[in-house]
Write a new protein. Structure first.
Length: 298
């Protein structure tokens, strides 16, 4: 028995004896427009699913506000920059995240978590999974999730009246990632959120350095999306400037060609992953999630 213990010790020292499996990195998830952190059919479901499939993982579903109703309302009306600052504060104070975490954002939560990666490098975001995130913004508001249609009717009218006015920019989240290809100069000048994180007014080298520190940046596009206009924004593409019919992929945008965010370098290093899934916005099966998304978390 003593000889056996000695042999096991030698193998362990040589790294040949299997030890306990390394714990999966924590996961931070951020919901989309009109949703909340703990909705049992959306983020609550995702949280439980990940915890079931990866035993022992710590999952933080972000809540902005003191209640689920406030969390949902803030997804429409709380300045995106303030939301990002609040999340950075939450992450910095969470002891379970201090060695790094993976992040998964749904719809607008995808671009908001990218802002977190660019602005708040501590604790470190390891990989970012954007599921339907509109990284070049939207130019259209076809429909709303769930029971928020009355809000969307009002939002559409407000965006039509003046998406880039100071009052609308400060108080309507969807205006803060409204990207009008017919008014590029106005967008660059007055967009208080998207134009900043997309380096439209100059190069913030810290933003670029922080984003490039990601191990993987996974972008999921819904191939039958009827909510995001244009859907290619989910892969960082957009309308060709000056019109709203022809779209171009990320690789043909000035953002990529000038490498203002480091995406070209990340792409060449194999850090960018473009995934397509059949279905409308945020419609996917548990089987697809298990086989396609979970491997990035393990």
């Amino acid at each position: 028995m003593a000889a056996l213990r000695a042999a096991v010790l030698v193998l362990a020292l040589l790294g040949l004896c299997p030890g306990p499996a390394a714990a999966a990195a924590p996961l931070v998830i951020w919901h989309g427009m009109g949703d909340s952190c703990c909705n049992p059919v959306s983020m609550g479901y995702i949280k439980k699913l990940v915890e079931k499939k990866i035993p022992g993982i710590y999952v933080l579903s972000l809540k902005i506000g003191s209640s689920l109703i406030q969390d949902m309302e803030n997804s429409f009306f709380m300045n995106a920059n303030e939301q990002v600052r609040e999340v950075c504060r939450q992450l910095a104070q969470d002891p379970q995240l201090q060695r790094g975490y993976n992040a998964m954002g749904f719809s607008q939560g995808g671009q908001f978590l990218r802002a977190v990666a660019q602005r708040c490098p501590a604790p470190a975001m390891l990989s970012l999974i954007s599921i339907g995130g509109q990284h070049q913004g939207v130019y259209g508001f076809p429909r709303c999730p769930g029971e928020s249609s009355h809000l969307c009717d009002w939002i559409r009218k407000t965006l039509d009246l003046g998406a880039y006015s100071k009052a609308v920019q400060e108080h309507l989240v969807q205006a803060e990632y409204w990207h009008d290809p017919l008014k590029e100069e106005e967008y660059r000048k007055n967009s208080i959120f998207l134009a900043d994180i997309n380096q439209e007014r100059g190069i913030n080298e810290t933003y670029k350095k922080n984003l490039m520190a990601l191990k993987k940046f996974v972008m999921v596009k819904f191939l039958n999306d009827t909510m995001v206009d244009p859907p290619i924004s989910e892969w960082f593409g957009f309308y060709k400037s000056g019109q709203a019919k022809e779209t171009i992929p990320l690789q043909e945008t000035s953002l990529y060609k000038e490498d203002r965010l480091g995406l070209q370098e990340m792409d060449k290093a194999g850090k960018l992953v473009f995934l397509g899934v059949q279905g409308d916005h945020l419609h996917f099966s548990e089987e697809w999630f298990d086989s396609t998304i979970l491997p990035f978390l393990q």
